[in-house]
Design a protein. Structure first.
Length: 58
């Protein structure tokens, strides 16, 4: 997945919750790719209060 993101070129890859691979992390770091690992988007949205901002935009 990271190799494909680098080839596109993507800026960020959001990995799967609970999956951590040091080799992939090094590859992403060396290529300048932002890699988010071991996070769940729904939890991060709540933590960052994204729902609040979305409701104010409407």
């Amino acid at each position: 997945m990271v190799s494909e993101a680098i080839a596109v070129p993507a800026k960020t890859v959001w990995g799967q919750l609970g999956v951590i691979d040091k080799t992939v992390t090094e590859i992403a770091d060396n290529s300048g790719l932002n890699l988010i690992i071991d996070r769940w988007m729904k939890v991060e949205y709540r933590r960052l209060n994204v729902e609040h901002f979305r409701s104010q935009a409407n």
